[in-house]
Design a protein. Structure first.
Length: 298
């Protein structure tokens, strides 16, 4: 078994032809693919390994092993050692490794008491988020790395989002913390970037349902119905929000708004056609809606 000591916290070992990273002598993870960070040197086109990987065909590293292109396990091991050693020498600069390795490894070092990691971890999270590169922003949000920042620090980073998908990811985090006023705020920000972003519309609607703001609920239902007038999936998602968090009178209002769409939609030729499409309804709700449909249709 070969091994390479990067520093007193990190060791790489070649085990069963696989490169394995150890932190504080405990197995951390296996390196799944090889991407040489030397590609960054002298190349102004890319700012990070993430951007280099984005330009590659995923099939190349997912379906073709290094051995298939003439790289032996020992050569691959030496390359991984070189990459992580360089990452360590350059102060844990997260641009030199792919995000799905750099940040979990930096987090593990942070939790293991590495003084330099404690100093650099939050700095690296902020720095990479400020790059405005969507795949990295989405990764940091989705994997909870923004949780290491204060609410004010998180809010200050939102101005660096230029892709609404990053905001939509952040909305999911806010909902988990029941920060519905912030969900509304950032949902509206997402719509400034992408006015037809459905997830942002629905997040705003849910926020106003939670806050029980009848005027805003009605306004956003109307907006969504105008933006997505014949989308069954959107109707179902709106109804799910109403059923999940809406009050009884709001549910009835929502049903009536849906009825309006039903009878304006030329594709609807029967009541059962409509109720069958709304799989989100339980039997009592289907009965209630069915009665409203009959009243409206008679």
């Amino acid at each position: 078994m070969r091994q390479f000591i990067v520093n007193k916290y990190i060791t790489l070992k070649l085990k069963h032809k696989k490169t394995v990273i150890y932190v504080c002598k405990k197995r951390f993870l296996s390196c799944n693919y090889l991407l040489l960070n030397s590609s960054l040197k002298g190349n102004g086109q890319y700012n990070s390994v993430d951007e280099i990987k984005e330009t590659l065909n995923d099939d190349l590293h997912e379906n073709i092993s290094p051995q298939q292109i003439g790289i032996s396990p020992r050569e691959e091991f030496r390359a991984h050692c070189s990459n992580i050693h360089a990452w360590s020498l350059f102060g844990y600069d997260s641009r030199l490794l792919h995000s799905n390795l750099a940040f979990p490894l930096l987090e593990k070092l942070y939790d293991s008491g590495d003084v330099r990691a404690k100093k650099m971890f939050v700095k690296e999270v902020k720095k990479r988020f400020k790059s405005s590169y969507y795949p990295v922003q989405d990764y940091l949000i989705s994997n909870g790395f923004l949780n290491y920042l204060s609410e004010n620090e998180q809010n200050s980073l939102m101005k660096f989002i230029h892709d609404p998908r990053s905001i939509v990811s952040y909305l999911g985090i806010l909902e988990g913390y029941r920060c519905y006023e912030a969900s509304i705020k950032y949902g509206k920000l997402a719509l400034l970037i992408d006015p037809i972003n459905k997830e942002a519309h629905l997040a705003i609607l849910k926020g106003f349902y939670i806050l029980n703001d009848e005027e805003e609920i009605n306004k956003w239902i109307s907006k969504i119905l105008k933006k997505f007038p014949t989308s069954w999936r959107t109707l179902e998602e709106m109804l799910l929000i109403c059923l999940e968090v809406g009050r009884k009178q709001q549910r009835e209002y929502m049903f009536k708004q849906l009825l309006k769409i039903v009878f304006e939609n030329s594709e609807i030729d029967s009541i059962s056609c409509f109720t069958d499409k709304l799989d989100c309804l339980n039997d009592p709700d289907k009965i209630s809606l069915y009665k409203l449909l009959l009243e409206n249709h008679s």
